[in-house]
Design a protein around this ligand. Sequence first.
Ligand SMILES: [Ca+2]
Ligand SMILES: [Ca+2]
Ligand SMILES: [Ca+2]
Length: 292
Amino acid sequence: MKKTVFLLALCSVIASMTTSVMAAGEAAARATASEATIKPVIDGQIDAVWNDVEKMYGGIYGDTVDGAENLMIVSSYGSLMWDDEGLYLLGVMYDQTIPESDEGGRNSIDFWVSETYTLDTAYSAPGDWHICKASTGEEVYYTGNEAVYDKNVGQKAVAVYDEYFVVELFIPWQTEGFNPEVGTEIGYTISFNDDTDVDGEREICSLWAVNSADSIAFYAETLALPRVKFVEGPAVEAEPEATPDAPAEDVPVEAPVEDAPVETAPVTADAGIVAAAAVMAAAAGIVLSKKH
Ligand SMILES: [Ca+2]
Ligand SMILES: [Ca+2]
Ligand SMILES: [Ca+2]
């Protein structure tokens, strides 16, 4: 039997919650995912349609100076879209130190999903899965349904820009007979890893949210994943009707226009996320696993 050992320093989440954090098991969704009425292209470029979808910003929980009481929202964020076929995932991470190669995925985005909101102490259902995608394209399997890492499953893309990178994924539903609709809720969180000095060891782990003080091990338990609710997507404009063929000589010839550069302006964090997030310390932990 193949035995693989992963050394994955994880956000070790400690202690106290803000007063606004919900009790365990409370049903209210913490964010929304829009229906992919317009499908994003999985290419590492942020499609216009992503701008209409809720952003889930990472927070840095504690730091080496002030400890666990210091919560800082960062610009890195994730968004989700859904349709009958699967889940579309976007991660945008601001990182000033992107390496040439990154076998351990120390500069990466982690997506944590429970399609059927299993509230389990493991990632054991087919719809419980995780993908770690590094800025350099490497993927690091850690837990959950490993089928999502198969090259023939879904679509995955990453692109590096000036001081940030973008991960885009499409993962078909892994739960047999899954029939999502407006109002469906899944379990989900996103975390961001940064090796700030490019020495192969991670300094910062930033996390969107966990469910409650009673369920904080988002990397091990679907119990920790907050609910994200499926909502309607943007209205799709009707295609203009085709006009009859015009004589060829009447068609003006235009020079091709180059693609506009991708915007590099940093995103402003939503202060509302602060109130919703747990206060945690980003101490590094070490986890050894995994027998296949
Ligand atoms: Ca795209
Ligand atoms: Ca980095
Ligand atoms: Ca480092």
